[in-house]
Ligand binder design. Structure first.
Ligand SMILES: NC(=O)c1ccc[n+]([C@@H]2O[C@H](COP(=O)([O-])OP(=O)(O)OC[C@H]3O[C@@H](n4cnc5c(N)ncnc54)[C@H](O)[C@@H]3O)[C@@H](O)[C@H]2O)c1
Length: 364
């Protein structure tokens, strides 16, 4: 963990707190002493992390749409936060093919609404917009993508996130330029991470939740494209990066804050890029019992090839690096779902995994 930055009493506005990553981030920030207001739609799966880990107990839980300008403006300005983490999004590639316009409305116009509300809220010092590794123009090559590489996106989801990046850059240049940092004192950054895994994700059409649903039902799980290689990382890895980056953005030194007000990649170690089939096989073994998977011959919609992030910048400038190898990350998530299945108190279980991760970060 970065030394010297305390989150105690810091006011944080978090969009997407009823979702998977937002739920983990809310628990972590609250555990650090932050005063969090969440602003999101209702959880859209049953079960969901928000309910199972009692995320609502650690923050002020507001329900609203980020496209609702009046409601969002009021929720943000009245709370007067110091930090804004923007995670609310339509995050699914396949759903984006069915509802492209809805995806652009939420991911692009929604981002503009959040940044516009920030413009009218002078208390805000740091804004972190969470996009994705998919925001890069995928050249289907072997090398890692750097923050300076061109943005793109084949499908509506990926391109909506590239647009979200461009919107953020435009707001930064137009309203919060580096040259005037000492006057406006607000730093905007974006964070790009890959496929995250961990306990409490029940999204449709994602590998881990699909496997867990099948295992729990005692049914073989249909797996598409088992050869497709993806960069996997535990959800706590990018969240750790987001926290470190936000700490830099909050710097009292305008030059320092402005220096970090750009884009950062948070990608897993090279060894943790593994085929879908490898993950399914490992998870099946770890789960035990009659867990199994079968090949789904329907390859579905276009899915981009392996896209590797170059996280040199986060490593060098934030001292961020992955703490959990893939095997350990899989163990942690299997433990989480098994504990949930066994009726354990998932609020405490989730906080325990966060504490365990913090211990690893302190010692490595
Ligand atoms: N999960 C991943 O592997 C992954 C990878 C890269 C990037 N991301 C990004 O991380 C962020 C969080 O993803 P997640 O996996 O937690 O998704 P999720 O589906 O679990 O959560 C999405 C959250 O956004 C909220 N939301 C959606 N539309 C909204 C709207 N119009 N108004 C207000 N709230 C709205 C939902 O209520 C929910 O709280 C997203 O921006 C996603 O694109 C996720």
């Amino acid at each position: 963990m970065a030394e010297g930055v305390s989150w105690k009493g810091r006011r944080v506005f978090l969009t997407g707190h009823t979702g998977f990553k937002g739920g983990w981030l809310a628990l972590w920030l609250a555990q650090k002493g932050a005063v969090v207001r969440g602003y999101s739609l209702d959880p859209w799966t049953e079960p969901n992390l928000f309910t199972e880990a009692r995320v609502g107990g650690v923050l002020e839980d507001m329900r609203g749409d980020i496209r609702d300008a009046a409601k969002l403006d009021a929720a943000l300005s009245e709370f007067a936060p110091e930090v804004v983490f923007h995670l609310a999004a339509q995050p699914l590639v396949r759903l984006s093919y069915d509802d492209p316009v809805g995806t652009y409305e939420t991911n692009v116009i929604g981002t503009a609404r959040v940044l516009d509300a920030v413009r009218r809220t002078p208390s805000v010092r740091a804004v972190l917009n969470v996009t994705t590794d998919k925001c890069y123009e995928n050249k289907e090559w072997l090398w890692g993508y750097r923050e300076i590489d061109p943005l793109g996106g084949y499908d509506p989801y990926s391109s909506s996130k590239a647009c979200s990046e461009i919107v953020t850059a435009a707001y930064r240049q137009s309203y919060f330029p580096a040259a005037l940092q000492a006057e406006h004192r607000c730093a905007l950054a974006t964070a790009r991470a890959g496929n995250v895994i961990g306990g409490g994700d029940w999204s449709e059409d994602r590998l881990i939740p699909d496997l867990v649903r099948g295992f729990l039902a005692g049914e073989p799980v249909n797996i598409r494209r088992p050869q497709a290689i993806r960069p996997w990382q535990h959800v706590l890895e990018p969240l750790h990066g987001y926290i470190l980056l936000a700490e830099k953005l909050m710097s009292r030194d305008p030059e320092q804050a402005a220096r970090f007000a750009t884009a950062f990649n948070f990608g897993p170690s090279e060894d943790d890029a593994q085929p879908v089939g490898w993950i399914a096989e490992r998870m099946t073994k770890m789960w035990g019992g009659n867990a199994s998977w079968v090949l789904d011959a329907d390859a579905g919609v276009h899915e981009a090839g392996y896209l590797k992030l170059d996280a040199s910048r986060a490593r060098t400038e934030l001292a961020w690096h992955p703490r959990l190898d893939l095997e350990t990350a899989l163990h942690w998530l299997v433990d989480w779902y098994k504990a949930w299945q066994g009726g354990e108190k998932m609020h405490h279980f989730t906080l325990d995994q966060i504490a365990e991760y913090e211990k690893l970060s302190a010692t490595r």
